[in-house]
Structure formats: structure tokens, C-alpha cells
Design a protein around this ligand. Structure first.
Ligand SMILES: Cc1cc2nc3c(=O)[nH]c(=O)nc-3n(C[C@H](O)[C@H](O)[C@H](O)COP(=O)(O)OP(=O)(O)OC[C@H]3O[C@@H](n4cnc5c(N)ncnc54)[C@H](O)[C@@H]3O)c2cc1C
Length: 486
């Protein structure tokens, strides 16, 4: 397993294909350092005795101890541990831990590549390709990101109906040595600091959309791949350090007639399995949200509780109501993920067929609970932001800049006028509101709120899955019996 330093060192050697705000930047550009701190923690945590058990696993493939973010779940315990690892690490960085896209995509592709080969009666070698790729991924402790979301062009049209066929990534040429793909995947978190980009389809695909049913992995600096990066950092600190300096990046990943050799292709043309691949990555990812959203709830509750204490309003009934609201969503989201882990098995729900064994035995979280949990926590995001705004008052939005806080002329005055609770040192109150501003009303917080709402699929996507897969007929029968209807 690598250390954070080894990981960052390897990024330094990558080809320069990151474009940001008018220039090309290096992986270790100063603006990317906060994001590297977040990803770096996933390496440190695997070596830290306090978190090593949660953050490591024994590979079923190479038999070695590996970072859990590279692991294929072999049991319900693995699913529980992924959820708990996610919550623990997200608490430490105060927001998203960034590496879950890789574990979620690899677990989906493990199953899909296996089943597609089976359907093709052995005429394809997707799973062999995938396992060879996975061996390298696990041995070298690589970071994967998942490029699922296509730009999608005209929203009401399917991929094959688009005016411009490139609105969804697709195969434009099949050659004896590989395929050529064209398209753009957008909002791809941490692609700019990943080793590998895993590409999977966005949505259900029909028989006329076989060229869109493609999944593969390429290095993040691969020839023919351009990344247009947005970087979300907090206001820079010089004098009043905080406990953890984190940040985030997202990329438009452009595949401009990119050649992908067959040994890196895990699906090509099987639209039924392409559909399952899209749903399966989303399912694993929604399960990951049952770890990260509760952690963000933990941070929000801590912010709300300290704000109430520093504002001297702890005993107000409306404050208790807000605490209860945050706790309810946090723990119901966690409980849904816990249940999804506990009911996990190597099965997926296939429309028309119901729950079917799928893949070579890797464990898949139960779908209804993964989706209701993600839907609940996703829909709560803006209400939580509203409660944090309510409890704080206006202070985080207009808090003085750091250099004014330490200016000898202003410091005594600001210390006097920023003090609220006389029992708490004013230095702590200042540190607290600076963090509160970062977490609730900075530009990075705005991006985070959008991510918490749409990541893994907007709430409408979970509503569709829940209502399609839930046994509504059973509930109709219950009521018919109660009503005396035959
Ligand atoms: C910060 C952030 C990070 C992300 N990270 C990743 C990542 O790492 N990897 C990745 O693959 N994706 C990532 N995503 C993408 C995320 O999964 C998508 O944002 C989500 O699936 C919604 O897609 P969209 O943004 O294109 O919105 P849209 O799908 O365009 O939705 C906009 C509105 O249009 C409606 N709409 C769309 N299509 C239809 C239709 N056919 N009929 C009726 N209404 C429709 C929607 O319901 C919604 O109300 C990230 C997103 C964010 C915000």
C-alpha cells in the first residue's frame, strides 16, 4: 500500500493534460494541494492503527492486504466496512472523501464484465481484461475516478435521438487492436488527481444504442484525453490555521477520438449489460452516500450545536427542533445504508425478471434501502443549509477577512465586537465562525451542496428506481383484503 507522499510523487510524473482557467496546470499545482490533502488521507488512514482495520482488506484476487478503496466486496461485512470507512474518513476531512467513485465503479464493472462474457458464450474477454487491470490497480494502490455522467445535450432525447450523436460518449470505430471513442463526461470528481478514469454508461440503452454501451479504463493523463478542471477551495488562511485544509476538483473529461486498446475494454456493444452497468454503478454509489451524508450530517450538527452555544440560544425550542431534524436525516440515512449492507448479496434487480444472481460473487448492496437512504439525504440538503443559516444569523456571510482579524489596529476592536458567549475564548469563536463560513456560505460550500443533491443521480433518479422496484402490488393486495375486495 502506498503512502500519501508516494501517491503525490507518482502524480508529478503524469502528462500535462489538465486545463484550468486559461492555462495548463500540473497535478501538484498549488491550487490542487487541498484536494490532494483529502485524497492523501485515504492513504494515511490505511496505515493508521486507529483506522487500518476499516480502511484495508485482503484482496480475493492477489491475496494481499490492500487499501479498501481498491477492494471488491466479498461479504456483507465488506459492505458494512465500506459504509463505516466512508463515514469515519468524511468526518475527518469535514466533507467528501473523494475516493468512493473508484471502489463503486470497480465493483460494478467486476459484475458486468463477467455477465457480458457469459451472455456472449465466451466470445469476449471483458472479465479477463478487467481482472488483469484490477490486479495492477490493487497492487499499485491506484486512485480511480468514475466518469459516468455524459453531457447529455437535449435532455428529452435518448442518446440515439440526439441532434449531435456525441452528446453521449460512444464508439466511433472498432479496430482489431481496440476501439476509438468520442464524447465528454462532465463533473467528474477528482479526475484531476486520479491515476485511472473508469468510464461507464450514463443510462438505460436500447438495441439501437449499442455503440453507447461501452465501459473501459484509461490512465487519467492518457493520450487523447483532455481534462477541463474546476477547483473548489476555501478562502486561503495565513494566520489562523484550521484543523484540516481540504478542497475538491471536478473535470470535464473530453475523449477526442481516443484509442482504447481491447485489454482495457470491459464492455462494448452489449446494451442490456450497459443498462445494468449504469444502474449498478449508481447503486454502489448511492450506498456510499449512506456513509458520507451521515458524516456531513455529523459536521452540520456540530456546527449547529456550537453556533447555538456561541449565540447563547441553545435552550430555544426552535433550536431543538433543528437538531432533531438533522439527527433524524443523518441516522435514517445511515440506517438505510446499514440495512442495504446487511441484505447485500451477489444479485441485482433486473426489470421484468426481479432479483437475479449477477456477477462472479461480489456482494452488491440491496437496492431499495440504498435508494431510499440516498433519496432522503439528497432531498434534505437545502433544508439543512437553511437550518444552518437560520441558527447562525448573518455572521458567517459577512465575517471579516483574516488579515483584518490579526491587524494590530483592529484586533482589539474586532475581538470585542465578535465576542458573543462570554464563557468561550474569543479566539475559539473566531476560528469557529471562519469554519462555519467555509462550510455553509463559501463558493466551495455552494458546489458541495449541488454535489450532495445531484451526486449519484438527482433525487428523481432514486424515485424512479424505488417506485419501479418496490412491490407496490403487494401493498394494493393488503388494502384490498382490508377493504374486503376479492
Ligand atoms: C459536484 C458534483 C460532482 C459530481 N461528480 C460526479 C462524478 O464524479 N462522476 C459522475 O459520473 N458524475 C458526477 N456528477 C454528476 C451527477 O451524477 C449528475 O449531476 C446527476 O446525475 C444529474 O445530472 P445532470 O447534472 O446532467 O442534471 P440533469 O439530468 O440535466 O437534470 C436537470 C433537470 O432536468 C430534469 N431532466 C433531465 N432529463 C430529463 C428527462 N429526460 N425528462 C424530464 N426531466 C429531465 C432533471 O430531473 C432535473 O430536474 C457530479 C455532480 C455534481 C454536481
Amino acid at each position: 500500500m502506498r503512502t500519501k507522499e508516494e501517491y503525490v510523487e507518482s502524480l508529478r510524473k503524469m502528462r500535462r493534460n489538465l486545463y484550468h482557467n486559461g492555462e495548463k496546470i500540473d497535478r501538484d499545482d498549488e491550487q490542487q494541494l487541498p484536494a490532494l490533502n483529502v485524497m492523501g488521507l485515504t492513504f494515511d488512514a490505511a496505515h493508521d492503527p486507529e483506522t487500518a482495520d476499516l480502511c484495508t482488506a485482503t484482496s480475493h484476487l492477489i491475496g494481499e492486504k490492500i487499501n479498501r478503496f481498491c477492494h471488491i466486496h466479498q461479504s456483507r461485512e465488506d459492505l458494512h466496512k465500506k459504509q463505516d470507512m466512508t463515514r469515519i474518513l468524511c468526518r475527518k476531512v469535514g466533507f467528501c472523501i473523494q475516493r468512493c467513485m473508484g471502489i463503486d465503479a470497480t465493483n460494478a464493472l467486476n459484475a458486468v464484465s463477467f455477465e457480458a462474457d457469459k451472455s456472449n458464450n465466451g466470445s469476449t474477454e471483458y472479465h479477463k481484461n478487467f481482472l488483469r487491470w484490477l490486479e495492477n490497480f490493487q497492487k499499485n494502490d491506484l486512485v480511480g475516478c468514475c466518469a459516468q455522467t455524459d453531457v447529455k445535450g437535449e435532455r428529452m432525447k435518448r442518446p440515439a435521438q440526439q441532434t449531435d450523436p456525441d452528446m453521449y460518449l460512444h464508439v466511433v470505430e472498432k479496430r482489431s487492436d481496440g476501439i476509438v471513442v468520442r464524447g465528454c463526461k462532465n463533473y467528474i470528481s477528482e479526475a484531476s488527481i486520479a491515476d485511472e478514469i473508469l468510464v461507464v454508461p450514463t443510462r438505460a440503452l436500447g438495441p439501437d444504442e449499442k455503440d453507447y454501451a461501452v465501459a473501459f479504463a484509461v490512465p487519467a493523463d492518457y493520450e487523447g484525453v483532455k481534462q477541463v478542471v474546476t477547483i473548489h477551495n476555501f478562502r486561503k488562511r495565513e494566520h489562523i490555521p484550521k484543523g484540516f485544509e481540504g478542497g475538491y476538483t471536478d473535470s470535464y473529461v473530453i475523449f477526442d477520438d481516443t484509442f482504447v486498446p481491447w485489454e482495457r475494454v470491459f464492455l462494448c456493444g452489449e446494451n442490456d449489460h450497459g443498462t445494468i452497468c449504469a444502474l449498478l454503478f449508481a447503486l454502489f454509489h448511492r450506498h456510499s452516500y449512506s456513509g458520507c451524508k451521515p458524516a456531513i450530517g455529523d459536521v452540520f450538527l456540530g456546527l449547529a450545536a456550537l453556533a447555538a452555544e456561541y449565540n447563547g440560544i441553545r435552550k430555544s425550542p426552535h433550536v431543538r427542533e433543528m437538531f432533531a431534524e438533522i439527527i433524524k436525516v443523518t441516522e435514517l440515512g445511515y440506517a438505510a445504508g446499514f440495512t442495504a449492507s446487511e441484505l447485500g448479496k451477489p444479485e441485482v434487480y433486473i426489470p421484468g425478471l426481479g432479483s437475479c444472481t449477477y456477477g462472479p460473487g461480489g456482494y452488491i448492496p440491496e437496492s431499495i434501502y440504498s435508494n431510499v437512504g440516498r433519496c432522503l439525504t439528497g432531498e434534505a440538503v437545502f433544508h439543512e443549509a437553511e437550518m444552518l443559516c437560520n441558527i447562525a444569523g448573518g455572521i458567517p456571510s459577512t465575517f471579516p477577512y483574516e488579515r483584518d482579524l490579526v491587524n494590530p489596529e483592529l484586533k482589539p476592536l474586532l475581538d470585542k465586537y465578535l465576542r458573543r458567549n462570554p464563557d468561550v475564548p474569543v479566539e475559539d469563536q473566531i476560528k469557529f465562525w471562519l469554519l462555519y463560513a467555509d462550510m455553509t456560505c463559501s463558493s466551495a460550500a455552494g458546489v458541495g451542496t449541488y454535489g450532495s443533491y445531484h451526486g449519484g443521480g438527482s433525487p428523481i433518479m432514486e424515485q424512479i428506481v424505488i417506485t419501479l422496484q418496490y412491490d407496490i402490488e403487494l401493498r394494493k393486495d393488503i388494502v384490498k383484503k382490508l377493504a374486503g375486495i376479492d
